[in-house]
Design a protein around this ligand. Structure first.
Ligand SMILES: Nc1ncnc2c1ncn2[C@@H]1O[C@H](COP(=O)(O)OP(=O)(O)OP(=O)(O)O)[C@@H](O)[C@H]1O
Ligand SMILES: Cc1ncsc1CCO
Length: 531
């Protein structure tokens, strides 16, 4: 089998010990191949040589019938004995150079990589493919090495730019998180995984054919289209101010008809305030934090907002679960990393959350977004930005959007919104917004509300449910702009009202203006630039 013709899309690593009771190993393997497994690696950590040889030889016959390459974990002697297509070697196994000498020409050699250093070594050694992981915690292997995490895989894939080395990710990937994993692992340069390696997601199933077919379909669909924008919920036709304003008009009208439920895990400084803003827009809030109710809420909500303003351990547990379930149901997640620069705990939590689920939009002020990327360019003071903003905010939001594979919203006197390609610069608003607490938190609620509408409209348009390869449908770039614009224009109307004497009377007036805002009023005042 030619190395270049190998399809790494769905890579099965065997695990006989995980088979359901009564399920025969060879039967399970054959059904997995029928379902669409494209590469098989036999991993037998406990078998004696004779037993391993027997399993490998029978597996080879079955794989050959499906024209699927068979690789052997670690044991070059077994690979040679059964005429396998290659080997997969771990960091403590035989070095690549020696394996290459022992194996026939054109054999495939894959290497497990957990760190950048291991990946650099595998590239230097001339591996044909790498298995990057573990992505998530898993029960199949004792985890002695740190988790790579979804975003860690993305930074590793970048090193493979310009090489012909293929890459699969492994560790805890299953039907519920496979799309999120494919989406979130694309590097800033657009380098995507060649495939997904699984053990239990197929082996533990009593119907491995179906398990493999379901995974294979998602992977196949995800692989369609150009990698840089793959799976992103943005327009592929480009944007103009006019098209954006037209779409925002539709969102504003639709929200009052669709009245989406917005699940918000937010801080206890702003809960009531943000709930009232959500209602004024035409959506319905539910503020809930307990982990046990997250899967039910994911079913009924139109979008989720996660705001870490007053983080507690139970809310953190709720956030982990909420994002996971909402991702699995392909609904939007808006993330507000409030005060992330203030404490090490917040930094750790933010990293963990972004590795566990995919945000659709990340919004923050300059201090928060600088802290998110570990930059010293802008300082923060608690939940606020301190001093000047970024020297080149457009470049900053574009780069961060590519890295995080989502829409980035940078708030301040001027707001910047980017999908990684286009940047919208918004100059609406009023200084009172900077003089009350929670205005940023409220924009999170507005953005989540319009993301829900955009996603519901996209699905209704299609009438058949979500596209298999796309994590969230609907134009999330425009939805994020809509959230900011509506809030800021309402603030402009509120600030000049006769009954508003300062920031204290401003906020209730803002809620009134939001409730009565029309698309016509917004269109008249919009100050937006597209670059
Ligand atoms: N001086 C200003 N002039 C106009 N609009 C402003 C001003 N300051 C803030 N805003 C608007 O207020 C909203 C919140 O932005 P800001 O950057 O203040 O959020 P934040 O710091 O996260 O707020 P908080 O932490 O209080 O929730 C944005 O839509 C922004 O455009
Ligand atoms: C003041 C404050 N502290 C934690 S959250 C919050 C609301 C504004 O972000």
């Amino acid at each position: 089998m030619l190395q270049t013709s190998i399809d790494y899309s769905l890579y099965l690593v065997t695990g006989r010990e995980l088979l359901p009771q009564g399920k025969d190993y060879l039967q399970s393997l054959e059904e997995s191949l029928e379902g669409g497994v494209t590469v098989v690696q036999i991993r037998e950590k406990k078998a004696e040589t004779a037993e391993f040889l027997d399993i490998a030889s029978k597996s080879k016959d079955i794989c050959a019938r499906y024209n699927v390459p068979l690789l052997i974990n670690d044991r070059i002697d077994i690979a040679l004995a059964v005429g396998a297509d290659g080997v997969h070697i771990g960091q403590t196994d035989m070095p690549v150079s020696i394996a290459r000498k022992l194996l026939p020409k054109d054999s495939i050699i894959g290497v497990s990589c957990n760190t950048i250093e291991e990946l650099e070594m595998a590239i230097k050694d001339g591996a044909d493919y790498v298995g990057i992981g573990a992505v998530y915690a898993t029960q199949t292997k004792d985890l002695v090495k740190p988790l790579v995490g979804v975003r860690g895989v993305g930074s590793m894939l970048r090193l493979l730019d310009g090489t012909s080395i293929k890459a699969v990710a492994i560790g805890g990937i299953n039907l519920k998180n496979v799309l999120r994993t494919l989406h979130g692992t694309v590097s800033e340069t657009g380098h995507a995984l060649d495939g997904i390696a699984v053990v239990s997601a197929i082996v533990t199933s009593i119907n491995p054919r179906q398990a493999a077919a379901d995974l294979a379909e998602i992977i196949r669909e995800f692989k369609k289209g150009p990698s840089l924008t793959r799976g992103l919920s943005i327009s592929t036709n480009g944007y103009t101010v006019d098209t954006i304003i037209n779409s925002i008009t539709t969102l504003m009208k639709s929200i009052r008809i669709l009245n989406p439920l917005i699940h918000q895990i937010t801080n206890n400084v702003v809960t009531t305030q943000s709930a009232n803003v959500t209602i004024a827009l035409g959506a319905s809030p539910i503020m809930a934090t307990t982990a046990d109710e997250m899967s039910d809420l994911a079913e009924i909500c139109g979008a989720l907002l996660v705001n870490i303003g007053t983080l507690t351990p139970p809310a953190y547990a709720g956030m982990l679960k909420a994002g996971f379930h909402v991702n699995a149901l392909k609904k939007p997640v808006v993330f507000d990393p409030v005060g992330v620069g203030a404490t090490e705990f917040r930094k750790k939590v933010v990293k963990d959350l972004l590795d566990k689920w995919q945000a659709t939009v990340i919004k923050g002020n300059a201090g928060e977004l600088a802290a998110l990327v570990g930059s010293n360019e802008v300082a923060s003071k608690g939940v606020d930005t301190a001093g000047e903003g970024f020297k080149d905010p457009v470049l900053f939001v574009k780069t961060l959007a590519r890295r995080e594979r989502c829409i980035i919203v940078l708030t301040g006197k001027t707001d910047y919104i980017s999908d990684g390609h286009t940047c919208a610069i918004l100059n609406n608003g009023h200084q009172f917004l900077g003089e009350i607490t929670g205005s940023g938190c409220a924009t999170g609620s507005c953005i989540a509300s319009y993301c829900a509408v955009a996603s519901l409209l996209a699905r209704a348009d299609r009438k058949m449910g979500a596209i298999p390869g796309q994590l969230v449908e609907g134009d999330m770039f425009v939805a994020a702009i809509a959230g900011l614009l509506v809030f800021n224009v309402a603030a402009e109307f509120a600030a000049v009202r006769g009954d508003v004497k300062g920031p204290g009377t401003f906020f209730p007036a803002l809620v009134d203006e939001l409730a009565s805002l029309t698309p016509e009023k917004v269109v008249r005042r919009v100050k937006i630039q597209i670059v």
